[in-house]
Design a protein around this ligand. Structure first.
Ligand code: DGJ
Length: 529
């Protein structure tokens, strides 16, 4: 898996959905609420945990009721399911380990901090824990291989936001032995940023300087996950990933700002070397600020790592806007966390959830194009950033300018067709749009609260540049058609409604996630054709 998750027919699928709350997998009522929520978002996937202590309540006595229930409950909805293996490490905690593990810390060793005191994490250096965790995980995969021939399950997450809680590394006797071993061969070619003084010696300190302890924790945590992933891959070919508690938090020090050892961007290269059987390393993004959000996207959207966001905020303006940045960067899918919490008592979405649902709708509507054109630079996000009322993108032949509806003095109702009540709602939140360039004179766009203008750019030799720029024929009237419609399952476009007259002769308005196709007039774009 190097780009998208794939369906049973092997076709790429852009995933949009929600993750249930941590305790929900055991309850039919909760899972049904989650499904209702995903449906209202227009999503196609639900992420749900499977608990190790439910799967193996007693040592070597396996029970797959939870897995079967989840298949039975989710399959009729038509949603894909991502199972999250909550094993030895859930955010650095062992909550989901069976009692027999928790009761025997001599065998299943616990992380020790620099002060000699225990930390609440099972040690990634302990082979006995790995063996038990891996065995139970493999039992689940064996079960799935038989019970899910329909491929409802589209991927599996191994553990949850792994890392060591409250320390930069394990200082137990066991871990200390590992620390004194020569540096693994695979890491000789890896360098990390800002390591300070290093002496080039074949040791953790010699190679990674002031980040030696974090690098050490990252390697051993990743090797643990690799052992799980590698064993699982021999049983079934489902894509597997790890999710990351981000390093881009606070002053960005391991063990205090975030659990040490997880695949934070600083140590991503170590994880890539240590865990080749992991298909993806995925950031859980709960950050709203543009700069830090972009830093995270840039760190995880790499040639060797398709961007998938397994957890993010399911509601609110920041989430509604930021997801467009992610899809501009080639994101393959995302899930908001806490599906049940997005619903009001009457079972409908909260207002904050609704604005994210509108962004989901826009992305889902463009999905075939986002899949086809990923990585080409032809997907553009036009966003109402803080303190701005316009956005701009310069294409080869066009200036494209987006204005945001809530900043417009007066927008004639007729521009919105029958959508005025929806518009009144959206006008209170930030405008946002995704623009996809299929050819120089064919565009698809979706979003909310946005009007878009295409202005033919004068060529280098155009003496009459000004005259061209002020003609409506080369700006707002330069279109053959403005169509609302949808893509079918094969990715073919179907026009449902032609916008014309008042509805087409000004900007291309985007209201509540609908997709609009704009065909510009090639005759007006003489230098293009
Ligand atoms: C991140 C974790 O991965 C989730 O399981 C959940 O605990 C959320 N934080 C928020 O509560």
């Amino acid at each position: 898996m190097n780009d998208f998750f794939r369906n049973a027919q092997g076709e790429p699928v852009l995933l949009l959905g929600l993750q249930s709350g941590n305790s929900s997998s055991q309850s039919h009522e909760h899972i049904m609420a989650c499904i209702r929520a995903v449906k209202q978002y227009g999503g196609n996937v639900l992420e749900v945990p499977v608990y190790w202590n439910f799967v193996e309540p007693e040592m070597d006595a396996y029970c797959m009721d939870m897995v079967q229930n989840l298949l039975d409950w989710v399959r009729p909805s038509g949603l894909y399911l991502i199972l999250l293996w909550f094993g030895a490490n859930k955010n650095g905690h062992p909550n989901y380990a069976p009692d027999y593990i928790k009761k025997d810390p001599q065998t299943y060793q616990i992380v020790v901090g620099h002060d000699g005191m225990q930390r609440p994490t099972l040690s990634p250096h302990c082979k006995a824990t790995l063996e038990r965790d891996r065995k139970a995980y493999c039992e689940v995969l064996k079960y799935l291989a038989e019970a899910d021939v329909q491929h409802t399950v589209i991927a599996v997450q191994i553990e949850n936001e792994v890392g060591l809680s409250g320390t930069d590394r394990d200082y137990s006797v066991l871990a200390q032995q590992d620390y004194l071993k020569p540096l693994p061969e695979e890491l000789h070619s890896v360098s990390l940023p800002d390591c300070g003084e290093t002496n080039g010696k074949d040791t953790w300190r010699g190679k990674f300087g002031r980040h030696a302890h974090e690098a050490f924790s990252a390697w051993y945590s990743a090797r643990y996950i690799q052992e799980m992933a590698g064993a699982g891959k021999k049983i079934c070919a489902l894509p597997v990933y790890t999710n990351v508690m981000l390093g881009e938090q606070g002053y960005e020090e391991a063990g205090t700002c975030y659990n040490a050892g997880g695949a934070v961007s600083r140590v991503l290269d170590i994880w890539k070397k240590a865990a080749p059987d992991l298909d993806l390393i995925c950031p859980d993004i709960y950050l709203g600020g543009k700069d830090v959000y972009m830093r995270v996207l840039k760190a995880y959207a790499r040639e060797d790592n398709a961007l998938y966001i397994p957890e993010t905020m399911p509601a609110g303006e920041a989430a509604a806007l930021n997801m467009f940045r992610a899809f501009e960067m080639g994101c393959t899918g995302l899930c908001g966390f806490g599906a049940e919490n997005t619903l009001k008592d009457d079972g409908t979405l909260t207002d904050e959830a609704r604005s994210v649902a509108i962004s989901y709708r826009a992305v889902r509507n463009l999905a075939p194009l986002l899949i086809r054109l990923r990585g080409t630079g032809r997907v553009h996000a036009l966003l109402e950033e803080e303190f701005t009322d316009k956005a701009y993108v310069r294409l080869e032949y066009f200036h494209v300018e987006a204005s945001f509806v809530r900043h417009m003095d007066r927008v004639p109702a007729s521009h919105f067709n029958t959508r005025l009540p929806e518009y009144a709602y959206h006008a209170r939140e930030r405008g946002r749009a995704l623009l996809v360039e299929v050819s120089p004179y064919e565009y698809y766009m979706a979003g909310a609260g946005t009007g878009i203008n295409f202005i033919l750019r004068p060529g280098p030799g155009d003496e009459d540049a000004f005259a061209l720029l002020v003609q409506r024929q080369s700006t707002q009237l330069n279109h053959l058609s403005v169509e609302e419609g949808h893509f079918d399952g094969k990715g073919e476009w179907h026009t449902d409604f032609y916008r014309n007259g008042d509805q087409s002769n000004f900007q291309v308005y985007l209201n509540d996630g609908e997709v609009v196709r704009l065909r510009l007039n090639p005759a007006m774009c003489a230098r293009i054709v």
